[in-house]
Ligand binder design. Sequence first.
Ligand SMILES: [Zn+2]
Length: 355
Amino acid sequence: MTGLKKTIIRGGLETLYFSAAHHFMRPFVAGVGAILTLHHVRPPRLDRFQPNRLLEVTPSFLEDVVRWLRRSTLDLISLDEMYRRFAEGLVFEGGRRFVCITIDDGYRDTLEWAYPILKKHQVPFTVYIPTSFPDRLGELWWLALEAVIARNTRIRLLIGDTEQGFNCATVAEKRHLFEELYGWLRSLATEEELRHVIRDLAARYHVDIAAFCEELCMDWDELTKLADDPLVTIGAHTVNHVMLAKVPEKSARSEMQMSRAVIEAALGVRPEHLSYPVGDPTSAGPREFRIAAELGFKTGVTTRPGVLFPEHREHLLALPRVSLNGEHQQLRYVRVLMSGAATALWNGFRRVDAA
Ligand SMILES: [Zn+2]
């Protein structure tokens, strides 16, 4: 994210907080609950080039958020309980609002840092696992891109049919180049093209993509420890962490189906909840929501920003979430996000976005 974009988002959250606008808007935009998204929870690192930092929060920030939620009037519930409330029609405006905590990708820091905090406060949570990560075959391509740029002062890669060179000697150049290449990769029409570019870059610059799984992700033994705790729900997150809308329908279906089968075989629990990798509208849309419903998943979460309204009862396979962003680790921002005010502005006050 560019410095400017970060400043604008932060400015918006600050304005909403200090103007108390979120307070006045709350009765109209707060909805019935929210699903929070986390990725990494770990102590801060000092590196100046951390383009993926938005995906991590510190343990103390998580603890602050949990303490605040525990003091609030919000119920902290599991996805099964959320599903029950929707299915039995117990969600209505003016009723008790709830929060579900979800953690994507199954990083080892979930077990090491997030779990002890959530356990201490008896908070139920869901961990979504792309099964190729514990199988040690996953490609955490965004980290491979970061590593290539971090370790080199100049890189060359094929864009279309032409080989191009880029400088990345300074921290500013590295940040800029990451942003450019990340945006370009995400704009490619197919997942295959993206993986092709990353594999080529990793091979040229001697970055071992598979090593990130070993280093950062839980293995099946570690996942078993988590799964044994009744506080924990294990959800599916495909096999290869692919942007499902960018693969053929057959592959999208088997990615969802296989991940559930592999988790069930390894952990003895059948996942009933799904998180679409990347999860924005270019990665998960109506086709994916339909397939997930056909496969019998109870809920599917996206990364489209938003809180939950009673209308989501008809769209349980296309749920929005509220991300705890590592660039904005302030409790007051979480209050604004939970009020629904920020995401209401973002969504133009449209409550459901399942298109
Ligand atoms: Zn993910």
